[in-house]
Ligand binder design. Structure first.
Ligand SMILES: Nc1nc2c(ncn2[C@@H]2O[C@H](COP(=O)(O)OP(=O)(O)OP(=O)(O)O)[C@@H](O)[C@H]2O)c(=O)[nH]1
Ligand SMILES: [Mg+2]
Length: 293
């Protein structure tokens, strides 16, 4: 029998470089939410890839940047922790950007642990091969849109995966449950429909999730930071929250493959992005800036 291999692979890089889109392309399902706006990934999202004798657990992470509030601190902390835990780290950077600016969290790795690091130049579909820069190995030009470069990247991960047994059922796609993905899809809808800062101030939490009979019934509370946010999220005559509910429901129905009844309630959780207690309540890990607060 061929010995099996297992590795965890972190997708790391600055916000908006295409980490979540690549995770979805690798697992072949829309798991992680994506957005043209930066900082859309708030929680790490796992995707399981199993082929032949290899199983890889990909971790789509929040972007790496200089945090200015406790929520951002929590996101960057989660990304750093997952990078430290992973067997392999893929540093994603858009090929369209001239300078390959390496965040300090990645630069540290390139000195001491280069063997578990590869550079992935994303959005390769935007630059013809003749115009691409010369790069040092191991680097991959990858397009999550066309799939270019993905097999080569997976082969690199496979060849570096340590010998070990599978940790998950090969039929599983993720370690996270439908409740989690339902809240994420609501967040994705907020990025599509709400302006500017507002999507960043919304935190959906499942209040009830009933699958027993008929349409799946999901009730969520959308926490926002201020009363003014609540007004904007509900909109005139409730138009915005209705549009958001419809958009999110259709996304959740696609995921579950069945009818969903989605009820959304908006509540204020005052300045939740700056309070450790509120972040904890929302299931977010605390970063170093939360200490002593
Ligand atoms: N043309 C092109 N666009 C891409 C590709 N991959 C991602 N994008 C776009 O880049 C934007 C950001 O993609 P995401 O996958 O959300 O980026 P991310 O790194 O997960 O961003 P954060 O979670 O905010 O850190 C979206 O508008 C994507 O559609 C690609 O291969 N080609
Ligand atoms: Mg993302």
């Amino acid at each position: 029998m061929v010995p099996t291999r297992f590795a965890t692979v972190a997708l790391a890089g600055r916000p908006n470089v295409g980490k979540s889109t690549l995770l979805n392309r690798i697992v072949g399902e829309k798991l992680a939410i994506t957005s043209s706006k930066p900082q859309s990934t708030r929680f790490a999202v796992s995707g399981i890839w199993t082929e032949g004798s290899t199983q890889l657990l990909f971790m789509d992470l929040p972007g790496l940047f200089e945090p200015t509030n406790l929520l951002q601190d929590s996101m960057v902390e989660a990304a750093k922790a997952a990078m430290a835990d992973a067997d392999l780290v893929l540093f994603l950077h858009p090929v369209t950007e001239k300078t390959l600016e390496c965040p300090p969290q990645v630069a540290q790795l390139s000195d001491s642990e280069a063997s578990r690091l590869a550079t992935v130049l994303t959005k390769a579909d935007l630059i013809p091969s003749s115009d691409r820069p010369l790069v040092r190995s191991p680097s991959f030009f990858v397009s999550a849109l066309t799939g270019e470069g993905v097999p080569e990247l997976l082969e690199w991960c496979r060849s570096r995966a340590p010998a070990g047994s599978f940790r998950y059922d090969p039929k599983d796609l993720s370690t996270q449950d439908l409740r989690f993905f339902a809240t994420e899809l609501v967040r994705e809808a907020t990025f599509e429909l709400l302006e500017q800062e507002l999507p960043y101030a919304v935190a959906p939490v499942v209040d009830e999730f009933r699958e027993a009979s008929g349409p799946v019934y999901i009730r969520m509370i959308l926490y926002v930071e201020r009363n003014s946010h609540k007004g904007m999220l509900i909109g005139r005559n409730g138009q915005m929250i209705r549009a958001l509910g419809q958009r999110a429901r259709s996304k959740i129905e696609t995921l579950l493959g069945e009818q969903v009844y989605l009820e959304l309630w908006v509540k204020v959780l005052l300045k939740w992005r700056t309070r450790p207690g509120a972040l904890r309540m929302l299931g977010l890990p605390l970063g170093p800036k939360s200490e002593g607060k």
